[in-house]
Design a protein around this ligand. Structure first.
Ligand SMILES: C[S@@+](CC[C@H](N)C(=O)[O-])C[C@H]1O[C@@H](n2cnc3c(N)ncnc32)[C@H](O)[C@@H]1O
Length: 361
């Protein structure tokens, strides 16, 4: 179809793009099969098995063979699992297991794709928001806290104490010695980061706040399970925090908030003069043209449309979006009163950068 102002389509380019769209369709579907493979533990089970039949795999996983066989068909034609028609066996190569299994820790991308089903639940509401503005309430994402906590716990377990905390020079020593520090984590979710820190640094006192009742309940339950008497959790709005604290953290939170500027100002106000704000947030540019090669580019904009921007707009908020980017973050930190900001990276973390912010001069 062409009009007076449109050029005729280049048939080679058209054919190539049709192929690309087929790939989009197939890979999107594979994402759902990977989510199932994670949730049913099929990937974990297969990683431990030699080449096996669908009956053997289903038996080892404690699952229904018919479903497992159909799933195996999909992940075989999708290039994830190998199939030997001679004896009807399937095998998960170790090179693939390294990105698909719980044992892979932060490298497990199958855990990540659980988000697809979650955002599918709100598609109707997002379509309405495209037409009418507004957003989607947190209550429309029933499993958000659980899935988010599972995803980020893998990263925190692997790198929080040993790689993220040391991004602030001298911080491990100050957290661990003498009277310790007063620490607040805003938007703590299920509080796993706080509980890990509280366990690693018993000399310090930790508090996590979140607006999610289920998040705070899970955080308190974990603290109790771990017998921590230096971690507490409260249902509270991040924009209303008061101090004084020596360290305030916010991991993957600020861009979601309805009132990010007010929250950054409250954080600055709640810090002691020599205090530090450690903000982990998405590694991206505020300029679209600089994000073309981001390893998770389409995923980030998708999460933004289906969650991050949209929950903020749902509260009548700023709607910064997942990809608010480094330049906007630095500007907002400065406007909130942070005169000194270092941007640091953790090796192997392709998702986040860490802003080490001080009020300074
Ligand atoms: C993407 S999650 C990050 C959770 C956690 N920091 C982590 O890394 O797993 C963002 C969190 O911000 C919380 N949140 C949103 N608005 C908030 C507010 N006004 N005050 C406190 N927490 C808020 C949400 O409930 C959610 O738990």
């Amino acid at each position: 179809m062409t009009s007076m102002t449109q050029q005729a389509a280049d048939p080679v380019r058209q054919e190539e793009f049709a192929g690309r769209m087929l790939q989009v369709l197939n890979d999107s579907c594979l994402g759902y099969l990977c989510s199932l493979g994670h949730r049913t533990r099929l990937f974990d089970v297969m990683a431990e098995l030699p080449a096996s039949t669908s009956e053997q795999i289903a038996g080892a996983a404690g699952l229904d063979e018919r479903y497992v066989r159909e799933w195996l068909g999909g992940v075989t034609v999708g290039g994830i699992v190998e199939y030997d028609p001679a004896d009807g066996t399937y095998r998960l190569p170790p090179e693939h297991a390294a990105s698909l299994c719980r044992a892979a820790g932060p490298d497990n991308l199958a855990s990540f794709v659980q988000d697809l089903a979650l955002i599918g639940l709100v598609e109707d509401e997002v379509v309405t928001a495209f037409r009418e503005g507004g957003g989607v309430p947190y209550s429309s994402y029933p499993k958000f806290q659980e899935i988010q906590a599972e995803e980020t716990a893998r990263v925190y377990d692997a790198v929080l104490v040993d790689a993220i905390v040391p991004l602030v020079p001298g911080l491990p020593e100050r957290l661990g010695s003498g009277g310790g520090l007063d620490v607040l984590d805003v938007g703590t979710g299920q509080g796993h980061a706080v509980n890990l820190l509280a366990r690693a640094f018993p000399a310090s006192r930790f508090r996590g706040v979140d607006m999610s009742e289920s998040g705070i309940a899970a955080a308190r339950a974990e603290a109790e399970r771990l017998g921590l008497d230096n971690a507490r959790f409260d249902l509270a709005d991040a924009a209303a925090v008061t101090g004084p604290y020596d360290l305030i953290t916010a991991f993957d939170v600020i861009h979601d908030l309805a009132r990010p500027a007010e929250t950054l100002a409250a954080v600055a106000g709640a810090l002691r003069d020599d205090g530090v704000f450690l903000m982990g947030d998405i590694a991206a540019s505020s300029r679209l043209e600089e994000n073309l090669d981001l390893p998770l580019g389409p995923a980030l904009y998708t999460f933004s449309v289906f969650y991050c921007m949209t929950v903020s707009l749902g509260e009548g908020g700023a709607g910064l979006g997942t990809v608010w980017g480094r330049q906007t973050a630095l500007r907002m930190l400065k406007e909130a009163g942070f005169g000194e900001v270092d941007v640091r990276e953790v090796e192997g973390d392709i998702l986040n950068v860490y802003y080490v912010a001080r009020k300074g001069s």
